[in-house]
Design a protein around this ligand. Sequence first.
Ligand SMILES: NC(=O)C1=CN([C@@H]2O[C@H](COP(=O)(O)OP(=O)(O)OC[C@H]3O[C@@H](n4cnc5c(N)ncnc54)[C@H](OP(=O)(O)O)[C@@H]3O)[C@@H](O)[C@H]2O)C=CC1
Ligand SMILES: O=C(O)C(=O)[C@@H](O)[C@H](O)C(=O)CO
Length: 277
Amino acid sequence: MSAIPTVTLNDGAWFPELGLGTYNLRGEEGIAAIVSAIDAGYRLLDTAVNYENEREVGEAVRRSGAERDTLLVTSKIPGRHHGRQEAVDSIRGSLDLLGLDRIDLHLIHWPNPSVGKYVDTWRGMIEAQQEGLVRSIGVSNFTEDMLTELIEATGVVPAVNQVELHPYFPQAELRAFHATHGIRTESWSPLARRTELLNEQILRELAVVHDVTPTQVVLRWHTQLGSTPIPKSADPDRQRENADVFGFTLTDDQVAAISDLERGRLWDGDPLTHEEM
Ligand SMILES: NC(=O)C1=CN([C@@H]2O[C@H](COP(=O)(O)OP(=O)(O)OC[C@H]3O[C@@H](n4cnc5c(N)ncnc54)[C@H](OP(=O)(O)O)[C@@H]3O)[C@@H](O)[C@H]2O)C=CC1
Ligand SMILES: O=C(O)C(=O)[C@@H](O)[C@H](O)C(=O)CO
C-alpha cells in the first residue's frame, strides 16, 4: 500500500486525502483499533467531544510510537459549548482529555442555528488558533449561507467543512462553493454507514473493472471529487482495505455514474434543523 497523499489547506497546513473516523471507538478495544490504523498508515484521526473518546485517541497517538508531527488529530466543539469564551474553554478541555499540547484541526461540530451563537463560537476558535492551542480551524455541517456569514463577520475562511457526503448525497453545489473559497471538503459517513450502498450494481461492476472492492471504489470516488473521506472501521483488515485506494483511477464517466446514485440525506442531518448539544 502506498502512503496516503496529502493536500495543502488554505492556511498552509498539510492534510491527508483520507483519514479514520473514530465514532464509537472507545475503551481498550477502541485504542487498539486506532493504533492499528496508525500502524497501517492513517495520519488523520477524527474525534469530537461528543464521541467521548478523546482520551482514547490521545492514548492511541502515544502508544503508536508515531512521531507526533506525522499525525493530525481533529476534534469538535459541541453545541453546548457554543459562545466565544466557551469555545476556548472547550478546546482546553479537549486538550486535557487528549493529553496533547496542540490540536491539529478543530471544528464547530454543528451550527445549531436556533442557538444563534456560531459566529461567536468562530471568534473563539480564531482566538484559540492565535494562542497556538489549535493549528487549523474549520467547521462541520455548515451551509453556504452559514459559511458566508462566518467569512463576512471575521474575514477568516474555515480551512475545512466536514459534511455528510457519500454516493447517495454527493453535495455537488456545496463542493463547488468550497472550491471557489478554498475550503477543503471532508466527507462524514463516507460509506453511508455500510447501508445497502456497498451492494449497488454500479459499485460491484466498477470493483471488477479495477480489481478492487466496492468499498475501495466509493472511497476513491471521494478522493477524486476532492474530498477527504474518514471511514470508520474497528477491523485492521478493513482499515487497510479502506486506505489502499490510491493505486487506481476512476474515469470521469465512472465518477459521474457513481454520483448518479444520488437520492438525498440518509439521516436527520439537515444543518438548518439538526440540533446537536
Ligand atoms: N461531523 C459530523 O457530524 C459527523 C462526523 N462523523 C465522522 O465520520 C466518521 C465515519 O462515519 P460513520 O458514521 O462512522 O460511517 P462510515 O460510512 O464510515 O461507515 C462505518 C461502518 O462501515 C463499516 N465498514 C468500514 N469499512 C468497511 C469495509 N471495508 N467493508 C465493509 N464495512 C466496512 C464499519 O464497520 P467495522 O468497524 O466493523 O469495520 C461501520 O459499521 C465517524 O466515525 C465520525 O468520525 C460521522 C457522523 C457525523
Ligand atoms: O457522529 C457525529 O459526529 C454526529 O454528529 C452524529 O450524531 C450525527 O449527527 C448523526 O448521526 C446525524 O443523524
